[in-house]
Design a protein around this ligand. Structure first.
Ligand code: NAD
Ligand code: ZN
Length: 248
């Protein structure tokens, strides 16, 4: 693994056009469990039952009680780990240009990255179903479920549920970034959810090198990834950034 980290750092240190694609795995060391895989939330609950927009509209209280309440508890407390911090440092060094994430926890921005495309929106805000007014999630009281807006409308997370569209401008910008980058870091994503799974393929198609960081194999491993560094995101990113700093 040390050798792979050194090789990856050498390539990163030479580049000014790097894009990162991150999934739930990048936030595991911040205490936010992933959906799929070991210990994932999907082992406990059925996504179609709790994370589909139709389920939410049918029974908002049920979805608030089983899924959103737990997420709020966890996300309110979470802080960036060494993987988020490493990506912020790579931006500071002029190497990383953009983070494309499937996460809704806002930890990349908290760490300091300034250009973050959030495919699935951000859990930091709740939106009223009636008047569309937004309220910060940490300010919401859970005394009443589902929580309500001042106008009496029900609040929903400002995230993309299953069954909802990812905003087109996010897709267009991230596809452009994928075509233009020299290196794509793919961190903590199982790479099975479209359209995020397509992004590294688009990068590879236009000649980018793909560096994958994940403790487990994914559909990208052994097909389009040039390096697969098997390890935890925080640990690996910390080691990579230290190497990059030595090389600069
Ligand atoms: P996923 O849950 O499908 O997969 C997580 C991946 O992370 C797996 O490949 C796993 O091997 C890897 N992983 C686990 N621990 C890791 C670690 N310490 N370091 C690096 N990798 C690790 O996640 P996904 O592919 O991102 O897709 C699921 C969807 O769930 C996302 O679209 C996202 O919206 C949502 N989600 C978001 C959060 C969050 O905001 N933090 C948390 C859970 C789920
Ligand atoms: Zn309202």
């Amino acid at each position: 693994m040390d050798n792979l980290i050194k090789k990856a750092a050498k390539e990163l240190a030479k580049s000014k056009r790097v894009v990162a694609l991150t999934g739930a795995g990048v936030s595991v060391e911040s205490g936010i469990p992933p959906f799929r895989g070991k210990g994932g939330l999907w082992e406990k609950i059925d996504p179609m039952e709790f994370a589909h927009i139709d389920s939410f509209m049918r029974d908002p209280a049920k979805v608030w009680n089983i899924l959103i309440r737990e997420m709020k508890d966890i996300v309110d407390r979470a802080r960036p780990n060494d993987a988020h911090k490493g990506l912020a440092r790579l931006e500071e060094l002029g190497i990383l240009n953009m983070v494309i994430t499937q996460n809704v926890d806002g930890l990349h921005q908290m760490a300091g990255n300034t250009d973050v495309i959030e495919f699935h929106g951000n859990f930091a805000w709740q939106k009223c179903l009636d008047c569309s007014k937004k309220t910060e999630t940490f300010k919401i009281s859970l005394d009443e479920i589902p929580p309500k807006c001042a106008c009496g409308g029900i609040l929903r997370p400002d995230c993309v549920f299953f069954g909802e569209m990812i905003p087109a401008e996010h897709l267009l910008r991230s596809r452009k970034a994928a075509y233009e980058c020299e290196i794509m870091l793919v961190i903590g994503t199982s790479a099975v959810v479209q359209p995020a799974a397509y992004i590294p393929v688009a990068a590879k198609e236009s000649g980018a090198r793909i560096i994958e960081i994940n403790p487990e194999s994914t559909p990208l491993t052994g097909s389009i990834s040039d390096y697969i560094i098997k390890g935890n995101a925080g640990e690996v990113m910390k080691a990579i950034v230290s190497e990059v700093e030595i090389l600069l």
